[in-house]
Design a protein around this ligand. Structure first.
Ligand SMILES: [Zn+2]
Length: 453
């Protein structure tokens, strides 16, 4: 469908604003923040038709005459202010521009109800296809970094974190999995409604809906004394493979909880799609794997560990801007190395040396602390980012290193973070000047020497 051509017409105030994140031009705004989203979706799997009601509870941050939301490929049909007053709106270039009846003052709370509909589809961009995507028999949503507007109107800025309620109605015999905790499941004749509450603040890109013919299975907690319930949503035909492939995940959870501090959410669910996936995907309190990620080889196990560690680094502590994505990927890669050592595969020191050798043989033309939007997911951000973490460990010693990591995750739990915050955290808790230590790793091209104790 064509969104802008069929969009309702209205006035277009000159308040679209500038992009708060240079890595995502046109996305998100600092003009307001959203404190809570209540998304009520009616979805037909067979025809890929979505009809939605999004209620946004927001607060303005600056005087503004319009509320500009990100919404791509879907047609808004009605916008109400505070549940009753219809507002004028227009859609263009991925934005839903809602005209205020009179200019909003700063710090003014508001509630917008947006009715919208269409056939959601992924967004194409430098990072491939992201957002709402049809599977062979179901749906996958992978929002990173700018896929959220493909299924709901939002402030698509990673630093704007909100609580969510998802109410999703779809055909019977499918399971809907969203972020957070299942509140209710109401079967009716041919349609079923699933309600989830995500109470810890979440960036829009981490919001997700997974739909498939899944059973929900608990992962064995007997041997590992799991800190939180872990489950897997998987079709019965793949259940045995999934349980076998995830056999080490409870131990990963225990290892990471002791290294990084308490797991930050009430539970963790892995969704295994029937379709093969190129890469696993992260969402808050969830990970999405393909059946091709379920073997016990290191390449699969490291991905399972990687996605789990994003619950701390990326989901609980979310980079306020995408230039700091090494705070997600460098730490998640380092978590792989920690699991590698714990599992007896290869020590952290060996992993670090191998990564360093490989980096040394590649072009030195990237700044890990500001890689540019096209190279946000460049493997060097992961590996050299992990080496930057390792450099801190080698400089301060194990005891101080893990204490700093735990202070980092506790002090910024469910918050937004910057590289500067991390530098302050390290320098504040140790005798090391983290700015001097990390600058060559993050903001200079030549590869620093391999960090040694
Ligand atoms: Zn990652």
């Amino acid at each position: 469908m064509s969104s802008s051509a069929s969009a309702a017409r209205g006035t277009t105030p000159a308040a679209a604003g500038t992009s708060p994140d240079p890595y995502l031009p046109g996305a998100g705004t600092h003009a307001f923040r959203v404190e809570r989203y209540e998304l009520d979706l009616d979805y037909r799997v067979a025809s890929n038709r979505l009809s939605g009601k999004a209620v946004l509870h927001g607060v303005t941050c600056a005087p503004t005459s319009a509320i500009v939301l990100d919404l791509v490929g879907l047609r808004a049909t009605k916008v109400l202010l505070d549940g009753r007053k219809p507002l004028r709106f227009s859609q263009r270039a991925g934005q839903l521009v809602v005209t205020a009846p009179r200019p909003f003052e700063p710090e003014q709370p508001f509630t917008l109800e947006v009715r919208y509909e269409g056939s959601p589809r992924p967004r194409r961009g430098p990072w491939g296809e992201v957002g709402w995507e049809e599977l062979t028999d179901g749906v996958l949503v992978a929002g990173q970094p700018n896929g959220a507007p493909s299924w709901f109107p939002c402030n698509d800025r990673s630093g704007d974190k909100a609580s969510y309620r998802f109410t999703v109605t779809t055909e019977a015999n499918y399971r809907v999995v969203c972020n957070g905790v299942l509140q209710s499941h109401t079967p009716r004749a041919s349609r079923e409604t699933w309600v989830y509450e995500q109470s810890e603040p979440m960036a829009a890109y981490l919001a997700t809906v997974q739909i498939g013919r899944y059973a929900l299975l608990a992962l064995d907690s007997g041997r590992h004394g799991m800190p939180v319930p872990q489950s897997v949503a998987v079709s019965p035909a793949l259940a045995e493979r999934a349980i076998a492939g995830l056999a080490w995940q409870p131990a990963m959870m225990r290892t990471f909880s002791s290294c990084f501090g308490p797991y930050p959410f009430p539970g963790y669910t892995v969704v295994v799609t029937d379709d093969e996936l190129e890469i696993p995907l992260e969402a808050q309190s969830l990970a999405i794997l393909g059946p091709n990620h379920l073997d016990l080889e290191w390449e699969s196990q490291r991905l399972i560990a990687h996605e789990l560690s994003h619950q701390w680094f990326g989901n609980s502590l979310t980079a306020a801007g995408w230039q700091d994505i090494w705070l997600h990927e460098g730490f998640a890669c380092y978590a792989e190395w920690i699991w590698s050592e714990e599992a007896g595969v290869m020590s952290v020191a060996e992993r670090a040396a191998a990564a360093w050798r490989r980096l040394a043989s590649e072009d030195q033309d990237i700044l890990v602390g500001d890689p540019g939007p096209e190279r946000m997911f460049d493997d060097r951000v992961y590996k050299r980012g992990a080496l930057a973490v390792h450099a801190v460990r080698m400089a301060v010693g194990d005891l101080a290193f893990f204490a700093v990591l735990q202070e980092w995750t506790a002090g910024h739990r469910h918050g937004s973070v910057t590289t500067q915050d991390f530098i302050v955290a390290v320098s504040g808790a140790t005798a090391v000047d983290a700015e001097t230590l990390l600058h060559p790793w993050l903001y200079e091209e030549p590869l620093p020497p391999l960090p040694l104790a």
